[in-house]
Design a protein around this ligand. Structure first.
Ligand SMILES: [Mg+2]
Length: 317
């Protein structure tokens, strides 16, 4: 048995009794999609020293790789079922792989999905995770469903990913509690799968915030041929961010920072009362704006245009 075949042993586990008819080990897996459901599928590749530090904790890297992909299933309103993994390693380092598989399966267990195939090769460290899930055809939250008059919401808090990077690279200093919270948000992003299941019957469009609110909301606007106005003073910010920066910086992180993996979604007038009721009952979401005619994302702070750093504009097409 070759060293990489040995490594592959770390990714085998019993999948009997699940939707996996035939799991890892044959030429293909055989998977049974639930009746009347569509397959939602998405792949992400993470490169060492581009998307994560090459010498980072392999458990956290694995967890993050799977969670980032699962966030795309959440954005579509899909339930995770399976995933595949293509791992390129500079060397067959058993300790690294053992820790990596621990993190991977911990996240897989948390979110209820099964590894159904993969490949290991030698080369510069990179991780590709392809996730598959099921969605009822009429409940898929496409980017193209937003319409003029819809309200705009976002889950959780925004800007934590960007603030975490600033802390990790030493450009800002925060107290221990905030530092712990922010690095947790960065290394253990939580795909909003449960929230997405609640929203799927009510939202007209959705996207996960991976590249920054304004950029990702811009994709909804483009796909739906509408514009969006974001009321900057309404942006939900964590107490860690409120403590570690002044308002212009907080807002910039929330608008253009990436790695938040929250859901940005729109709701048609007929469903707004129901969503507001859910929020009043504890649903983790905030109304931050509205969908209007035109194009691009427009940011306003207390009735004045708010300029997004780096663009020189107060809107983003
Ligand atoms: Mg996405």
């Amino acid at each position: 048995m070759g060293e990489f075949e040995l490594i592959n042993q770390y990714f085998k586990r019993d999948t009997s009794g699940s939707s996996v008819v035939l799991g890892v080990g044959d030429d293909c897996s055989l998977l049974q999609l639930p009746a009347e459901k569509q397959l939602a599928i998405s792949v992400d590749t993470l490169l060492a020293d581009v998307h994560f530090p090459a010498d980072g904790d392999p458990e956290a890297i694995a967890e993050r790789a799977l969670c980032v992909s699962l966030s795309d299933l959440a954005a579509m309103g899909a339930k995770p079922l399976w995933f595949t993994l293509a791992l390129t390693l500079p060397e067959a380092n058993e300790a690294w792989v053992s820790a990596f598989s621990r993190g991977l399966f911990r996240a897989a267990n948390t979110y209820g999905c099964e590894l159904v195939g993969g490949d290991t090769t030698r080369g510069p460290l990179s991780i590709s995770v392809q996730v598959m899930g099921s969605v009822e055809p009429h409940l898929a939250m496409k980017r193209s469903g937003a319409a003029v008059g819809d309200l705009l919401f976002v889950s959780g808090t925004l800007g934590d990913g960007a603030a975490a990077l600033a802390v990790l690279n030493g450009s800002i200093k925060v107290d221990d509690e905030s530092s712990q919270y922010l690095s947790g948000r960065y290394y253990h992003p939580e795909p909003r799968l449960a929230l997405a299941q609640t929203l799927a019957p009510l939202a007209s469009a959705a996207i996960d915030v991976s590249d920054g609110l304004v950029a990702d909301l811009g994709h909804i606007c483009k796909a739906s041929s509408v514009a969006a106005t974001v009321f900057v003073e309404r942006l939900p910010l964590s107490s860690a961010i409120l403590k570690c920066a002044a308002t212009p910086q907080q807002y910039q992180w929330a608008l253009s920072g990436g790695d938040d993996y929250q859901l940005c979604f729109t709701v048609a007038p007929a469903n707004i009362a129901q969503v507001e009721q859910l929020i009043a009952a504890g649903l983790d979401a905030t109304n931050i704006g509205e969908i209007t005619e035109g194009k691009g994302v427009h940011c306003r702070l207390i009735d004045h245009p708010f300029e997004i750093e780096g663009t020189g504009y107060n809107h983003f097409d």
